[in-house]
Design a protein around this ligand. Structure first.
Ligand SMILES: NC(=O)c1ccc[n+]([C@@H]2O[C@H](COP(=O)([O-])OP(=O)(O)OC[C@H]3O[C@@H](n4cnc5c(N)ncnc54)[C@H](O)[C@@H]3O)[C@@H](O)[C@H]2O)c1
Length: 270
């Protein structure tokens, strides 16, 4: 029987690239998204890659609604008899100075980027526990490990996803369940489209940063696929991000601040 993966936010960017990668590897793939047009397009692309015995599904689901994810978990339990890998990927971006960002924007991003991942873990863990196996993959960001100025709300949600993933790795290991957290730097996707910002210049800057990424979404997906196969707890696809993270942990604070400020100077709105 083909292995089975479910990916939230699978209609675009990284989620789509992951779906295509898993389909090429012979897996059955179910993607969920809010964007039905892109979801159906991606499902057709997946269908073209499917092997006999693998199945490609698209389902409309909003990660802010637990009942949407529960309906998919119930359906996949029935249809596929369970699941091997859950990828909590759906996410949005928000930028702005701390004094300008509204509480309603904070609530918006926390509900999607953090609670969306919490809901995915909550709903699918009982299936994994019943099976005695499963792998949860949470897409965070280097922003969850480093502290990019003027992106506090995004950083906070991603840092919380790192904490959630580490907690679940410890909590669920005796149930045969593995957890990986993925922390990429910038790469080209459609993330800018749904981004909220208090300063239009930040949106333009985000577009530039995404397009200047050193890896493509496909390359990031490939590194995630390999990291999951190796059961890596932390998957850091970009070498430059990993170097900065090591510098943050091991360099004296003042030295690290200088290094980091230089590397984020291109992110100042101009
Ligand atoms: N692109 C980057 O540079 C980058 C870097 C680090 C981390 N990430 C993370 O990668 C993940 C994927 O983002 P992407 O860059 O591919 O962006 P993207 O916008 O191309 O894809 C995100 C997908 O999530 C979907 N989505 C948004 N809100 C949703 C909701 N409430 N319910 C269901 N689906 C929803 C969108 O419709 C979209 O299809 C995000 O968690 C993002 O934070 C991206």
């Amino acid at each position: 029987m083909a292995k089975r993966v479910f990916i939230t936010g699978g209609a675009s960017g990284l989620g789509r690239a992951l779906a295509l990668h898993y389909a090429r590897a012979g897996w059955s793939v179910c993607i969920a998204d809010l964007n039905d047009l892109r979801g159906e397009e991606t499902r057709k692309e997946l269908e073209a890659l499917s092997y006999s015995g693998s199945e490609m599904l698209y389902r409309h689901a909003d990660v802010t609604r637990e009942e949407d994810l529960q309906a998919i978990a119930d359906e996949l339990s029935q249809l596929w008899g369970g699941l091997d890998v859950l990828i909590n990927n759906a996410g949005v971006a928000q930028a702005g100075a701390i004094e300008d960002v509204t509480i309603s924007d904070w609530e918006w991003i926390i509900n999607i980027n953090l609670l969306g991942v919490v809901r995915g873990c909550k709903v699918f863990t009982p299936i994994f526990k019943r099976q005695g196996s499963g792998h949860i993959v949470n897409i965070a960001s280097m922003a969850g490990l480093l502290d990019v100025p003027r992106m506090a709300s995004y950083n906070v949600t991603k840092a919380a996803v790192v904490a959630l993933s580490g907690t679940l790795e410890q909590e669920l290991m005796d149930d045969g369940i593995h957890v990986s957290v993925v922390c990429p730097s910038f790469f080209q996707t459609n993330l800018e489209e749904t981004m909220r910002t208090t300063d239009p210049r930040m949106k333009k800057m985000m577009g530039k940063l995404l397009s200047s990424g050193k890896l493509t979404a496909e390359q990031v997906a490939e590194k995630i696929f390999t990291g999951v196969e190796k059961q890596q707890a932390y998957i850091l696809p970009h070498a430059s991000g990993e170097h900065l993270w090591l510098a943050k942990r091991y360099l004296p604070q003042r030295l690290y601040n200088k290094l980091f400020q230089r590397s984020v100077s291109r992110m100042k709105p101009r």
